[in-house]
Design a protein around this ligand. Structure first.
Ligand SMILES: [Zn+2]
Length: 429
C-alpha cells in the first residue's frame, strides 16, 4: 500500500509541471521536463539532503541508474541551475490543488477523522513565518525593510497546519505568500495575507469544519468577522494590553470558574479556568460578541504561576468544554515548534543549493519544503513500511541520517524497496 500512496502523492506534484506554460528561454532546457525539475528539488527537501542530486548524478555515471529516477520517477536529473530556471516561472497558486488533494488522500485513509476534535472539525493553526532574509539576494517578490540605513530583503508566508493536542504529527495546508505584487510599492503584511487565505480556502476547506488558532494579532473585529464569514470558527490568543476595552469588561465582570488539580511528576499543579461568554470586541462603531477564556496554572506548593494565557472564541464556553478549549488554544504553539522550525532550519539552508531566482523560485522552494513535510506526516500515518522504519529509529534526525545513507549506498527499484532497506539494511546484512 505504501508504494501506491507514495505514487499518488507524487502524481499530484507532477500535475503542476503539466499545467505550467512553457516559458523556457534556452534551448538546453528543452531537454528537461518541468515536472522533473520539481521532483528533483522536492527530493532534496523530502530527504533533507542538500547534496542528494550531486550524489545521484555520480551514481548515474557509475551504475547507469540512480535513486531519483527509480524512487521519484525523474527521467533525467537537471543541473541545479536548470532546476532554478525551470521552476522560476511557476505560479505558487499551482500548489493549491496539490496540498488540498493530498488532504483528500489523507482523508481516504481515515487520517483526517483522527484530527476532528472540536464539533466534528479540525484545528488549523495559522502563523506568519519568515524564511529568507538577505541584504544582497532578492527577487521581484521579496518584501523589504530598512534596518540601520540598510535595506533588508526577506520572504515570509502565513503558514497553516492541522494540529491536535498531544499529537506531534502536524499536517500542513496550503500557505499564503506574504508578497509584493508586481509593480506595487505597498508592502504586503500577515493580516492581509491571512484574509486572502480565508477567501481562497474558506469554501475549499469547508469539509474540515475548521477552527482556526492564531496569535494576538488575529483577535480583532475584522479578522474574527472574516473567519465567521467563511463559516469557520476561531480560538485566538488575546493579550490584555492589546485589548483594553475587553480587559476592562472582564475586570469588572463576574467570571465563571473551574479549578482542576493535576500532578506533573512530583509537582502538584492547579489549573484555574475562568470564562465570560458574550464580550464585545470593537472596530469603531461595529461590535462583535465573542467569548473569553483564561487559564492560569499554578504550582500548589510554591504558589508560582507556571502558565497563563487568554483567548477569544466564537464557541460557547461551558464548565464541560473549558478544559478542552484551552488545550486547543494552547495547541497553537505546535505550528511554531513542530512546523516553522523545520521550515527555518532546513528550508533556508537548502535554498542555497539552487539560488534565489528572479521570479517565484524562492517561493516554490518554500512550498516544496512544506509539501515534503506534508508527505512525511501522511506516510507516517498510513504507510506501514514507513511506520516500521520510523519506529525502529527513535530520533527524527537519526531517521533522516538513515534515509540519506540508504540513498547514497543503495540502489532501490522504488519507494517501497527503499523504505524496507532503511528499516532492515541491505538484504544480505
Ligand atoms: Zn525574493
Amino acid at each position: 500500500m505504501g508504494q501506491e500512496i507514495f505514487e499518488e502523492l507524487l502524481g499530484r506534484l507532477e500535475g503542476i509541471g503539466r499545467e505550467v506554460p512553457d516559458g523556457r528561454r534556452w534551448g538546453y532546457d528543452q531537454k528537461y521536463e518541468i515536472k522533473d525539475a520539481l521532483k528533483s528539488a522536492f527530493g532534496v527537501f523530502f530527504f533533507q539532503h542538500p547534496s542528494m542530486l550531486q550524489f545521484q548524478r555520480a551514481m548515474q555515471e557509475k551504475r547507469k541508474r540512480n535513486n531519483v529516477t527509480t524512487i521519484l520517477k525523474v527521467a533525467e536529473i537537471p543541473s541545479d541551475t536548470q532546476i532554478k530556471t525551470l521552476i522560476d516561472n511557476i505560479e505558487p497558486a499551482g500548489f493549491d490543488t496539490v496540498f488540498s488533494g493530498n488532504l483528500g488522500i489523507a482523508d481516504k485513509h481515515g487520517i483526517i477523522d483522527k484530527y476532528r476534535v472540536l464539533d466534528d472539525g479540525v484545528l488549523i493553526a495559522l502563523d506568519g513565518v519568515w524564511y529568507h532574509s538577505s541584504e544582497n539576494i532578492h527577487c521581484k517578490h521579496c518584501l523589504h525593510k530598512e534596518i540601520d540605513g540598510k535595506v533588508m530583503y526577506y520572504h515570509s508566508i502565513v503558514a497553516g497546519t492541522i494540529v491536535k493536542p498531544g499529537d506531534g504529527a502536524v499536517l500542513p495546508v496550503m500557505p499564503e505568500m506574504i508578497t509584493n505584487e508586481d509593480g506595487s510599492e505597498k508592502q504586503d503584511c500577515e493580516i492581509n495575507a491571512t484574509k486572502r487565505w480565508l477567501k481562497k480556502h474558506g469554501k475549499e476547506y469547508k469539509w474540515l469544519k475548521a477552527t482556526l488558532l492564531g496569535d494576538d494579532l488575529f483577535s480583532n473585529y475584522p479578522m474574527c468577522m472574516a473567519v465567521l464569514e467563511q463559516g469557520m470558527s476561531f480560538i485566538f490568543t488575546c493579550k490584555p494590553k492589546s485589548h483594553p476595552w475587553l480587559t476592562e469588561t472582564i475586570t469588572n465582570s463576574y467570571l465563571d470558574e473551574l479549578s482542576v488539580k493535576n500532578w506533573k511528576g512530583k509537582n502538584h499543579h492547579v489549573g484555574t479556568y475562568k470564562w465570560l461568554n458574550g464580550v464585545e470586541i470593537r472596530d469603531d462603531k461595529k461590535t462583535l460578541l465573542v467569548n473569553y477564556l483564561y487559564l492560569e496554572i499554578k504550582n500548589k506548593e510554591t504558589g508560582k504561576v507556571g502558565y497563563k494565557n487568554g483567548w477569544v472564541t466564537n464557541k460557547t464556553i461551558t464548565k464541560e468544554n473549558c478544559v478542552s478549549l484551552a488545550a486547543f488554544g494552547r495547541a497553537r504553539w505546535k505550528i511554531e515548534n513542530e512546523h516553522n522550525n523545520v521550515l527555518k532550519n532546513h528550508g533556508y539552508n537548502l535554498e542555497h543549493n539552487f539560488g534565489h531566482g528572479k521570479n517565484h523560485a524562492s517561493e516554490i522552494f518554500c512550498l516544496l519544503n512544506l509539501l515534503s513535510f506534508q508527505f512525511h506526516t501522511i506516510l507516517g500515518l498510513v504507510d506501514e513500511g514507513y511506520q516500521s522504519a520510523r519506529a525502529s529509529i527513535s530520533r527524527r534526525d537519526e531517521f533522516f541520517n538513515h534515509l540519506r545513507a540508504a540513498l547514497r549506498y543503495g540502489l532501490h527499484d522504488n519507494w517501497q524497496q527503499f523504505i524496507i532497506f532503511v528499516r532492515h539494511g541491505p538484504p544480505d546484512g
